[in-house]
Design a protein around this ligand. Sequence first.
Ligand code: AR6
Length: 176
Amino acid sequence: MTVLRAVQGDITKLALDAIVNAANSSSLLGGGGVDGAIHRAAGPELVHECRLLGCCKTGEAKLTKGHRLQARFIVHTVGPVWRGGDHGEPELLASCYRRALEIAAANGIRSIAFPSISTGIYGYPIERAATVAVATVREMLAGSGVGEVVFCCFSAADLAVYANVLNAAGEGAATG
Ligand code: AR6
């Protein structure tokens, strides 16, 4: 059985097998938001590894080591920029969660935390994004081997949204 839960906090501090980064499509070399925080916490070895990977298309994902993080791995994925909702944004966002979990399952990752992909600099409305995130993760989990999925919210307001969506979907939502 897989546990889905939402917490408030800094994703770089989580001691899970993997954390997910909301990266940029033109390079995986770091940026603002959660991407910048992950690069700062993981250290310069992460940039070196990302250079070798090249870029990552929107909706795709790539794996690196966690370097100085407690998490052993980082799954870098690139969410869509919000352009009103009828430019394929929900499908691309769902693809981020799907591809990240496929990569996790293929690499024996049992626990993973997602930030709220695309809802910062990329402007995706949080309620819509949380609905896509929870629905996609629930669809994917059967038989994946991933036992724990954490939605790591930076703000209390985002946590409230995720808690509502998880409760509506019949899942437990923990805070902390
Ligand atoms: N822990 C958890 N969540 C965080 C953290 C953190 N340490 N820091 C920020 N967030 P964003 P995007 C939240 O903007 O919208 C970068 O420059 C934040 O509050 O990081 O996908 C990339 O290089 C928000 O809820 O990602 C790309 O160019 C969520 O993480 C671009 O931003 C996502 O916000 C990607 O934009």
